[in-house]
Design a protein. Structure first.
Ligand code: UT7
Length: 323
């Protein structure tokens, strides 16, 4: 028998305000057509004034608890992947813990930018298979609208706000790729590329920062590195592309998603795509896509799923799991 971390609940939350591409035409030298054709994005959600990452995360967490059919007392830990916390500290995770009324266990944030959810899944899996926690809430939540330079058309049209959450639970498996739960993962980073995507300020530099990106450079790394990490992870699980039911990629750009699927030899019919409706929500994009994919009836119990993401650092990775 092998300990496995199995998904037993999923949920998401998107702020009410929907911003179509056309809204940017009034203030920037851009068009709906350019944004759609270069990124696949049609609209995104922005948090209301005063609405914070922990608010979004708490809504998503409640939805995931309901979906799992458990209460907050059943959780042992909360991990929040975010690069846009409410405050420098305490963590968003402890704010969610308090909001949910959870007075036991432990909660912490993890920051790996757009790869944050993949890193958080790997950490939750480690806690579960080592016996340190039985049920872990893993959340990706972001308010990237707060770090946009609204005069930079090459970045501010691409990002959005939102949150998604999974409940992972310890179960016994046979130790084969037929098991439910997380089967394999692959994490990478290379800080030599840190200038390709970063925020030009923070607490230690005493500046208020905005997101800066050399988009076409990140694009080039993305397709190559995402394909490699997805294939490495499948190989570790003893599987191939033929076994995949759904790729649930980080939703940054439809052309990256299509390019990666093509290189993996997979049809776009096997890819969950939400980028048109959410834009790039960084660490929130994968759990949002998992939740929407389940709602749409795409993802079903027993499906073999590959998630992959890349972002600032550069940091990237993949997780293979059976739903
Ligand atoms: O989540 C973290 C990972 N991030 C990503 O994966 C993002 C990766 N990169 C991308 O998605 C794409 O590179 C972008 C969507 C950011 C840009 O697409 P691109 O095809 O790589 O375009 P580009 O950056 O090479 O720019 C092409 C042209 C430039 O004009 P010139 O220099 O050719 O005259 C830009 O100034 O498009 C211009 N441009 C725009 N034009 C109209 C850039 N942004 C805009 C805009 N509207 N919003």
């Amino acid at each position: 028998m092998t300990g496995r971390a199995v998904v037993t609940g999923v949920g998401h939350y998107l702020p009410d305000r929907v911003v179509p591409n056309s809204e940017f035409e009034a203030t920037l030298d851009t068009t709906d057509e350019w944004i759609r054709s270069r990124s696949g994005i049609e609209r995104r959600h922005f948090a209301a004034e005063g609405e914070t990452t922990s608010d979004l995360a708490s809504h998503a967490a409640r939805a995931a608890l309901t979906d799992a059919g458990i209460g907050v007392d059943d959780l042992d830990a909360i991990i929040v992947a975010t690069s846009t916390p409410d405050l420098t500290f305490p963590s968003v995770a402890t704010m969610v813990q308090a909001e949910l009324g959870m007075t036991h266990g432990f909660a912490f944030d993890l920051q790996a930018v757009c790869a944050g959810f993949v890193y958080a899944l790997a950490n939750a899996n480690a806690l579960i298979v080592s016996g340190q926690a039985k049920r872990v809430m893993v959340i990706g939540a972001e308010t990237f609208s707060r770090i946009m330079d609204w005069s930079d058309r090459s970045t501010c049209v691409l990002f959005g706000d939102g949150a998604g959450a999974l409940v992972l639970e310890a179960r016994e498996g046979e130790g084969t790729a037929a098991d439910q739960g997380i089967l394999a993962m692959d994490l990478n980073s290379d800080g030599r590329f840190r200038d390709l995507l970063y925020v030009d300020g923070g607490v230690s530099t005493q500046q208020t920062g905005k997101l800066r990106m050399q988009g076409n450079q990140v694009f080039r790394h993305a397709v190559e590195k995402l394909t490699a990490t997805a294939e490495t992870t499948l190989d570790r699980a003893g599987l191939t592309g033929d076994d995949v039911d759904w790729v649930v990629p980080h939703q940054a750009n439809i052309r990256i998603i299509q390019g990666t699927a093509r290189r993996m030899g997979l049809s776009m019919d096997k890819v969950v795509v939400t980028v048109q409706d959410h834009g790039n929500t960084s660490a929130a994009s994968i759990p949002l896509a998992l939740s929407v994919g389940k709602q749409r009836g795409q993802i079903k119990p027993g499906d073999l799923i590959v998630t992959e993401a890349i972002g600032g650092g550069l940091a990237w990775g993949a997780v293979v799991l059976r739903w």
